[in-house]
Design a protein around this ligand. Structure first.
Ligand SMILES: [Zn+2]
Length: 538
């Protein structure tokens, strides 16, 4: 029952969105093809005297000598009760590469549970950045694993980059690829029946994908796809788009086996008790992105309130189902304070020209909806966040899994910086900093089904580790590539203080100063010599 006039009906499963973007002349980031940074893996690398934050929620402990053999953590040896009482007899033998970590902190590399290797949309506004720019921003912010959510560049692209990264041929995090499920009316659609959905899922599995990214679908099709995904061992995440949410909200798809709900769409709808449909104004049009994002800020206010019977019942049901939430708080941060997001310190040196241009108000660009953003819009969004954050924090407190994702590349958020902002917002929601880091490490690895491989500092796991000059629990801003703005009382001058010194990915050690310098050069070259730069230029 295929539509003969559908140009994507013959696309390989997972390539539909990539093919659609290509047909518009939008190019994906130039894939990375070689590696100019990172040393190792070493036969034996030893990190000496570190304080460990293990990623499970356990408190810091140390000093510890960490032995890494090739790409694996081979031993964790407590060498004393404090830096002053280290017992030299306990220290493991020398490595062929050593890092002095006395006074430094070591934790697992971060898992960005909702990431995009850029998007072809950026080429609407000029030359898109190379993937190297994105990867180096990630690595410079401690991101050693990403769940690529949607394959907007096409699944083949993501798979090729995933394999190149696994071979350490490129400087990039570990990549898991989730492909766009083409069954939503407002975007590319090639699946019209449950049988087609099952067939598509099987073919996707054969192509090597790790999972499926849904934006919603007609109920019988969504249910069939989720059932088949479970049979094929594929995981899934869904952005419950407003065009599909009345028929399938987050609770319904969780009941059908969906692994995670992305953002927040579909959650307030599951909490509705005095209506079925959001209170859309009659002149609402989903294609008008101002409407889409302004009205999205009103949904939690219309839903069951905290502590109500319905609130508790929905919370309980998600917990029973073992559902995961990936709130990506940071990606809507601009909605509650546009000026803050637009003038963020990092845009000047780190934001690629075409991405900066793409962020500016324009018709037709996804997430560029600042046509008449107002005080009222920002206040509504602040209230939306209060309710949303309360649900997510309670869910965590009751044992539910919440993971950290960034969705960078839209709405004034750029790669790496966005995930650090997510840590700040999880803390704002009520998470202890150790809980926020757990969401971004061990719980992220669980969500992706790779917790036997990464996500915590444990013997036998892959050496995906961060070496930091300062304690990140003190202030997540220390993890920004720009650093935290602090007064130096010795000099009387303010200065930027940055924590992350080395990112170790599968035993390969990257100097973060070098990565940041590379990104500044790349981003700088995207602007002409005498061109005005952010935040002044539009
Ligand atoms: Zn996304």
């Amino acid at each position: 029952m295929s539509k003969p006039d559908n140009p994507y009906i013959n696309s390989l499963p997972g390539e539909e969105m990539g093919d659609l973007n290509a047909s518009k002349g939008w190019r994906p980031p130039v894939p990375a093809s070689s590696r100019d940074r990172g040393e190792g893996p070493f036969k034996r690398m030893v990190l000496r005297g570190a304080t460990i934050i293990d990623g499970t929620g356990a408190p810091p402990w140390g000093p510890v000598d960490v032995v890494i053999e090739n790409d694996r953590i081979a031993a964790l040896v407590g060498v004393g009760a404090s830096l002053d009482t280290i017992n030299p007899d306990r220290r493991p033998a020398a490595g062929d590469f050593e890092v002095d970590c006395h006074g430094k902190f070591v934790m697992p590399g971060l898992v960005d549970s909702h990431a995009h290797i850029g998007t072809p949309y950026h080429s609407m506004c000029g030359v898109e950045p190379p993937a190297d720019y994105i990867y180096k921003l990630w690595l410079a912010h401690g991101v050693t694993t990403v769940r690529e959510m949607g394959g907007l560049n096409g699944l083949g692209y993501t798979m090729q980059q995933k394999e190149a990264s696994a071979r350490n041929d490129i400087a990039a995090p570990n990549i898991l690829s989730y492909a766009y499920f083409p069954a939503v009316n407002d975007r590319v659609k090639t699946i019209y029946t449950p049988d087609q959905a099952r067939d598509w899922v099987r073919k996707l599995k054969n192509r090597g994908a790790d999972g499926i990214k849904f934006f919603g679908a007609p109920p019988t099709i969504m249910q069939a796809a989720l059932d088949e995904a479970a049979k094929q061992g594929l995981r899934s995440g869904c952005h419950h788009a407003q065009m599909a949410v009345t028929r399938v909200n987050a609770l319904k798809s969780a009941g059908w086996g969906l692994t995670s709900s992305e953002h927040y769409y579909g959650l307030p709808e599951a909490l509705f008790e005095s209506q079925v449909v959001q209170q859309f104004p009659t002149d609402y049009n989903y294609s008008d992105e101002y409407f889409r994002f302004a009205l999205a800020g009103q949904t939690f206010k219309q839903a069951a309130q905290p502590g109500s019977a319905k609130w508790k019942e929905v919370m309980e049901r998600f917990l029973e189902l073992g559902h995961t939430f990936v709130p990506t708080f940071n990606i809507y941060d601009a909605n509650r304070d546009l000026m803050r997001a637009r003038r963020a310190d990092w845009h000047d040196d780190y934001t690629w020209k075409a991405i900066w241009k793409y962020f500016q108000p324009q018709r037709g660009g996804h997430g560029s909806y600042w046509y008449r953003w107002s005080t009222t819009n920002e206040i509504e969004w602040k209230e939306n966040y209060r309710l949303w954050m309360q649900f997510i924090n309670e869910y965590k407190n009751l044992g539910g899994r919440v993971c950290a994702g960034s969705d960078s590349g839209f709405i004034f958020q750029i790669f790496g910086f966005g995930l650090i902002r997510e840590l700040e917002l999880l803390q704002e929601a009520g998470f202890h900093p150790l809980e926020a880091l757990r969401s971004a490490t061990s719980l992220g690895a669980e969500l992706l089904g790779i917790d036997h491989e990464t996500g915590s500092v444990d013997v036998g796991k892959r050496a995906d580790l961060l070496v930091m000059d300062h304690n990140p629990l003190e202030d997540f801003k220390l993890l920004y590539g720009t650093g935290a703005w602090r007064l130096n009382d010795q000099t009387g001058q303010p200065e930027w203080v940055r924590a992350l010194r080395y990112t170790i990915k599968a035993g390969l050690i990257f100097d973060v100063d070098e990565l940041l310098a590379d990104v500044r050069e790349l981003a700088g070259d995207s602007w002409g010599d005498d061109e005005e730069r952010p935040p002044h230029v539009r």
